[in-house]
Design a binder for this molecule. Structure first.
Ligand SMILES: NC(=O)C1=CN([C@@H]2O[C@H](COP(=O)(O)OP(=O)(O)OC[C@H]3O[C@@H](n4cnc5c(N)ncnc54)[C@H](OP(=O)(O)O)[C@@H]3O)[C@@H](O)[C@H]2O)C=CC1
Ligand SMILES: O=C(O)C1=N[C@H](C(=O)O)C[C@H](O)C1
Length: 240
């Protein structure tokens, strides 16, 4: 499989290594300073693009590939208000777009555990729910995309909670789910869900030990998406 890497930073580099170890070829490594190289590539020779760049570059990168009929696997966080645009372009060009805020299998199991726990907590009004996420200091967005997905899972189950907000320690209303973002090197990604009451606390934690799980997940999805058309997420990939 010929893979174009849109974004060749911390994630792009590990994805490239894992893809090559699985027998794939990397046909382009695109960063902010060599975007002009895109025009030297033959789109017909690219099987899939894997996009891990940065929030303000994601739509341009993804649209470049989709508009040439190249399926895209995207992991960039912090741009999802524009996801409908990308999805419409995907359908118009009859290609494929896959998005996940987190490609690690462990986190996707954690998403399910989070939603199940939230369903059990529905109606237990003495508990206050909160989320904490910890990442390295180079991270550009807050809260993390994973924390937002976790918050959406909780909001779907806890009827008394109406919205989430980025919070750095202030008291929040009972119907608001606070998300605290901490930036501590070299944390690859830790997410903690807490339900706290006067009597006890319940916590579930996912800790990534490296970026390998995110990168391997993205490569496995890139292998899976070949030949598919449409809009996909980890739910389809993992058959959850
Ligand atoms: N979904 C998931 O599982 C995961 C998602 N992520 C997300 O992936 C994204 C990338 O993370 P990470 O690799 O750690 O970040 P890095 O900052 O290490 O890498 C981002 C890369 O994108 C490049 N870039 C910036 N602008 C453009 C542009 N216009 N076109 C092409 N490339 C560009 C940067 O280039 P330059 O260095 O020249 O500025 C940099 O090399 C983040 O949004 C992060 O949150 C991260 C891990 C897992
Ligand atoms: O920027 C990162 O590093 C990560 N970003 C993703 C996110 O925002 O959730 C996934 C992972 O936690 C690492």
């Amino acid at each position: 499989m010929n893979i174009l890497l849109l974004g060749y930073g911390k994630m792009g580099k590990i994805i490239g290594e894992i893809a090559e170890s699985r027998g794939h070829a990397i046909v382009g490594k695109i960063n902010i300073d060599n975007r002009a190289d895109l025009e030297k590539l033959d789109p017909a020779s690219i099987d899939v693009a894997i996009e891990f760049s940065q929030p303000d570059a994601a739509v341009e990168n993804i649209s470049w590939a989709i508009s040439r009929g190249i399926p895209v696997v995207s992991g960039t966080t912090g741009w999802l208000n524009r996801k409908p645009e990308v999805e419409a372009l995907t359908l118009e060009k009859n290609t494929a777009f896959f998005y996940a805020s987190n490609y690690s299998i462990g986190v996707n199991i954690f998403f399910k555990v989070n939603q199940f726990l939230a369903s059990l907590m529905q109606g237990q009004h003495e508990y206050k729910a909160s989320i904490e996420e910890i990442h390295h200091t180079e991270k550009k967005d807050a809260p993390s995309g994973t924390a937002i997905t976790l918050a959406e899972g909780i909001l779907a189950e806890l009827k008394e909670v109406k919205s989430w907000e980025l919070n750095q320690g202030q008291t929040t209303a009972a119907d608001v789910l606070p998300i605290t973002s901490k930036r501590i090197d070299p944390a690859p990604g830790t997410h903690i869900i807490r339900y706290q009451s006067e009597i006890d606390d319940i916590e579930i934690i996912h800790t990534a030990h490296s970026r390998k799980g995110f990168a391997l997940g993205a490569v496995l999805v890139a292998e899976w998406i070949i030949g598919r058309k449409g809009i996909f997420s980890m739910n389809e990939f993992l058959s959850f």
